[in-house]
Design a protein around this ligand. Structure first.
Ligand code: IMP
Ligand code: MG
Length: 181
């Protein structure tokens, strides 16, 4: 099953980086309670590791978004398909995302969360592919920014999927870019 996957970021490197991010986030929110919102399903593994490196009071919630890209019409339909009932008003909200690619998913979600009037809203992403950006959004923390030529590879593992496969790999790997997306 995993024959065509090559390792890009090995398990121990992910663990070190997640621990570092945990420390930065802990310093940044020191003394406050964080409302963590995990973007399903890609951030599942990342979030599970990250929250164990943040020894602060926190609550964990999930949100799921779907995007349908209609290439011909150049139209993107994004909608929230699932969200745990969580009061965000006045909270320090940290959105944990898997990959920021075009930025369409993230910007849609940020606009939606803003409507609920959080006190602060910040984003921690596992992977950022800044060169693919169509909407200008920037995560506050990124575990792994990837630049050309890596930004052109399709990433799987550590929660990331291709057609729902590969989420359970303990490392981040790449497969040949599927056509078309
Ligand atoms: P965006 O709206 O283009 O920023 O897309 C973000 C979403 O696309 C992420 O939440 C991922 O689920 C998915 N995605 C983008 N690039 C990859 C990749 O290389 N591997 C797996 N999923 C990806
Ligand atoms: Mg996916």
């Amino acid at each position: 099953m995993n024959e065509q996957v090559s390792v890009l970021i090995p398990e121990d490197q992910i663990a070190r980086r997640v621990a570092e991010l945990g420390q930065e986030i802990t310093r940044s929110y020191s003394g406050r309670e964080i409302t963590i919102l995990g973007l399903m399903k890609g951030s599942l593994v990342f979030m599970a590791d990250l929250i164990r490196k943040v020894p602060l009071d926190l609550t964990v919630h999930l949100v799921r978004v779907t995007s349908q890209r209609e290439q011909a019409a150049g139209r993107v339909l994004t909608e929230i398909v699932y969200s745990t009932a969580v009061p965000l008003e006045g909270r320090d909200v940290l959105l944990v995302a898997d990959i920021v690619d075009t930025g369409i998913t993230l910007s849609y979600l940020l606009a939606h969360i803003h409507e609920h009037a959080p006190a602060t809203l910040r984003v921690c992403a596992l992977v950022d592919k800044p060169e693919a950006r169509k909407i200008d959004v920037h995560p506050d923390w990124t575990a792994f920014p990837v630049q050309e030529p890596l930004s052109d590879r399709f990433l799987v593992g550590y929660g990331l999927d291709w057609m729902e496969r590969f989420r359970g790999l303990p490392f981040i790997g790449t497969i040949p870019r599927p056509q078309p997306r």
